[in-house]
Design a protein. Sequence first.
Length: 556
Amino acid sequence: MLDLTEPVLPGCAPWPADLARRYRDEKLWTGETFGDVLTARAAATPDRTAVLDTAHRWTYAELDHRSRSLATGLARLGITPGDRVLVQLPNRAEFVEVVFALFRLGALPVFCLPAHRAAELVPIAEAAAATAMITSGVHQRFDYAALAETVRAQVPSLRHVLLVLDEGRQLPEKAYDIAEFRDEPVELVGPSASDVAFLQLSGGSTGIPKLIARTHDDYLYSVRRSAEICELDSDTVYLATLPVAHNFPMSSPGILGALWAGGAIAMTPDPTPATAFPLIERFGVTITGLVPPLARLWAERAEAGATPDLSSLRVLQVGGARCQDELARRIGPALGVTLQQVFGMAEGLVCYTRLDDPIDVVVSTQGRPMSEFDQIAVVDDNGNEVEPGAQGNLITQGPYTIRGYYDNPEADARSFTADGWYRTGDVVSVRSDGNLVVAGRAGDWVNRGGEKVSAEELEAHLLEHPDIRDAVIIGTPDPVLGQRICAFVQPASPEQRPTLTTVRKFVRERGVAAWKMPDAVVVVDQFPETGVGKTSRKELRQALADGAHGSRPTPA
Ligand code: AMP
Ligand code: DBH
């Protein structure tokens, strides 16, 4: 008999046999693949809309056919089950077609973000030993086909570049147009549910990229459970606003949750209100998810009035980084939606506030694990559990949390306990009602002469300042104190620029201890962002180290 706990892709740590058995016995892992789900939906509701963007509207029957047809064509090209294929596409209908074609074939999409460039893609392609890359032509004035060629030139395993092209676009010399591979479908053997379905990327990208292998079984469980919690049904229209390859818009409940529920996936190529708001009206969007900087932009735009009709939008999810209470309070009233906080990670664990939670939970917490089978613990730096309610490091294991990265023993030694729990790197506390409050990443504290200052706590104070739109606290190296506190702030209006004196006075008047006062204030109009749109603390730290912004923090 086939041992279902065996890793299908070498280099992936399996779940221990007893846990795997339990997850199957409890019907969390059902033995279904993503291809099976699409087949079932296409049979049940062939004529319902599955995917729409500004140029396409495909029914379930059409999506099913397109993905079978492309899977057949890709097989003809020589892509085989188990092959890794970099997918770097903007939010457009073909993303779903491509990913389901690969799922059907048993080839593994490696989910890259449109913001990735050669410095990220080359190590990713190498670590995955990718054989092909599927990307677009020119998008938002950037030539993705040229980027793919640059990557191919440096990665010997990467044989094929396939492009999703807009009508009338010219095909570069060495690439294929995926349109050439829409063959008459033949039945393919396909993967089994315990096989790895794809590789996701972990956020932090230094050193060898950390690739996250997820199986059909484990990921589908998280998608199903997410769809239930978010109350999706066949009337759902989920708008992929964040880059769709990211784990949040993919699965929490994301496009796959919408598909699971028999609803529709809508795509916006750009997340700003100018583009997304008219599409909400046009497609009748019911739910979408944002990172906090975008949620702020959407709330501000809605507060300014005269928007398109957003009344179809019922749920707005915010996640990916800590949503400050100040922002969380504004979102529901501004946009006429139920706010849902989502705290998740591509490695697995996802926490949600529930749609019927009291407002205090929705505004002040990042929710609780989606599954009763998620195990979480809050531990100190020696691995001992802290007192109930105290802050500490969050570790977790469960039916959809990986036990190790793909082929990366060094990262595993850092990020997993000896018995396979994932060290999230997040500092949290668990309230008596079971909801988590995320205090930040373990590295987000400033250690000022031995006094630890929480960036998140100080940022929350600064956000109450009328002249401050958004704030990020960064520790900067200091020869005497170890670190000093630098506040990056965006002004609320160009006329009122906060200064170190006014900010310190404000914080002091809020009753904050003297040792938490910022040592420097740097006013900037924009914060650097990660590929998914989170504020990048790493780049802000780097900017300070490089002496950018014309202002090294000076002693106050
Ligand atoms: P990634 O590595 O890109 O999958 O990002 C996962 C990390 O993002 C988590 O470990 C957290 O540090 C952070 N994160 C995600 N959602 C939230 C949230 N709602 N609040 C605070 N941090 C979050
Ligand atoms: O930040 C994340 O990685 C994230 C946030 C919310 C995530 O992976 C998710 C939900 O599934």
